[in-house]
Structures are given as C-alpha cells and as structure tokens.
Ligand binder design. Structure first.
Ligand SMILES: C[S@@+](CC[C@H](N)C(=O)[O-])C[C@H]1O[C@@H](n2cnc3c(N)ncnc32)[C@H](O)[C@@H]1O
Length: 222
C-alpha cells in the first residue's frame, strides 16, 4: 500500500475512533442509566464476545450457528458489529439493535451495510417479526448495561431474550459488571455455559455465555 494511502487510512481510522469516543461520552452525559459506560468496548472485548458467541452457538447447534442471525444488542457506535465483520460474518447476517437515536445515527454512518433496528430490547420479538419473520438466531450478543438498568426492567428484558431464543434458537452472550446478573439470568431460565475474563478493556470485564432452558419453571429467589 502506498505510504500516503496508509497514512490516510490510519488518520481516517483514528478520526473514526475519536468520533465514536466523543459520541459515547456525550451520550453517557445525557443518559448515564441507558448507556451505563463512559467508553465503548475495546477491540479485545468485542472480539472475545464474538468468539464466545461462535463457540457456544456451535456447541448448541452447528446448523443454526452457520446460518442464523447474530444480534448486536445495545450496539452503540458498533464495536461488536465491527468485530463480527472482522471475523468474516456477512453483513446481512448481523442485526444491530439500539434504542438511542444518536447512537443509531453514528452506527449507520459507520456500518451502512448492516441492518439496524431502533428500539427497546424489551420489544425484541416484535422488532424482529416485521423484517425477519422466521429467520433463526445463532446468538444474541448483548452489551446492555444491566448494572444501570432497574431490576424490574432487567427481568422483563431477560424474559424477552429467553422467549426470542426459545422461538428462534441461539444462545446469549453478555458482558456485565452487575454482580446480581448471573442469578437473575438463572432465575429467568438461562443456564450458564462458559465464562471468560477480558483484561484488555476499561475496566476489565467478564464475558459469559448462556443457553435458554426449554423446560424452565420460575424459580423462587431466596
Ligand atoms: C455499555 S453500552 C455498549 C455499547 C457497545 N455495544 C459497546 O460494546 O461499546 C450500552 C448500549 O446499550 C444501549 N441500550 C441501553 N438500554 C437499551 C435497551 N433497553 N434497548 C436497546 N438498547 C439499549 C445504550 O444506548 C448503549 O448504546
């Protein structure tokens, strides 16, 4: 690659990263409880989310893993979608879901080829029904900020995610700093599958994968 082009490329990439970071800080300042973090996921964290989603989906059902949708839930400016594209996933297999109109604009400018649904994770099935009436899901890769979401709302969202996976197949991958989340996921009918720690992120994060239990009965929290 000619040196000029190389410089152009890295300047464009640096500009893109700075803009995404500035957007993030602005969004966080406007609605800290919806954003839940002051900076986007690092490349290492986004790549780990994608590899864990792939490994868990493969062990749950290789056929669905090979063809199902990959849902980037709480996509923000799109670091997880970036990691999916770098891993070679076709853009039409990715569906980004984001509730903030401002993040949605940034996302669309960066990833024009990736479909984005603007709305609330609590309405996921309804959002998917219009555009993807019967397409299976390989994985929901969620960066929803559960530490900042009220517990009642969190339970509603988790129930919605489980129903989506029961209807369409697939697994859930989540990173979070909420200590109570694993218990809440088990209570809502998810079985933990695998857990990995990612140090190259601010702050270091735990990434976990879950499978939706088919015969779940509500458990009492003691
Ligand atoms: C911690 S940020 C993660 C953003 C990005 N995925 C990343 O890894 O950097 C959480 C994102 O979830 C979005 N979000 C929060 N609650 C949501 C909800 N109920 N439905 C859809 N998106 C939501 C926020 O707007 C924000 O973009």
């Amino acid at each position: 690659m000619p040196a000029d082009k190389k410089r152009d490329f890295s300047c464009a990439r640096l500009w893109d990263l700075l803009r995404a970071e500035a957007d993030f800080v602005k969004e966080f300042a406007c609605s800290p409880f919806h954003v839940g973090s002051i900076c986007p996921s690092s490349r290492a964290l986004a790549s780990r989310l994608v590899s864990l989603a792939w490994d868990t989906a493969q062990s749950a059902s290789p056929a669905v893993a090979a063809n199902g949708l990959l849902i980037d839930l709480g996509a923000g400016p799109g670091p997880v979608t970036g990691a999916l594209l770098r891993a070679g996933v076709a853009p039409e297999r990715i569906v980004a879901v984001e509730r903030s109109a401002s993040f949605a604009r940034t996302f669309t400018q960066r990833y024009r080829q990736v479909p984005l649904l603007v709305g609330d994770a609590a309405d996921l099935r309804q959002m998917l029904a219009t555009t993807y009436p019967a397409t299976p899901v390989a994985a929901i890769i969620s960066s929803l900020p559960f530490r900042a979401i009220p517990r009642k709302t969190a339970s509603r969202i988790l129930r919605e995610l489980r129903e989506t996976l029961i209807e369409r197949g697939g697994v859930l991958v989540q990173y979070s700093y909420a200590w109570w989340l694993k218990d809440a996921l088990c209570k809502e009918g998810f079985s933990p599958h695998e857990s990995r720690l990612v140090f190259q992120n601010v702050p270091p994060a735990r990434v976990e994968s879950y499978v939706a239990e088919l015969d779940h009965r509500p458990k009492l929290m003691l």
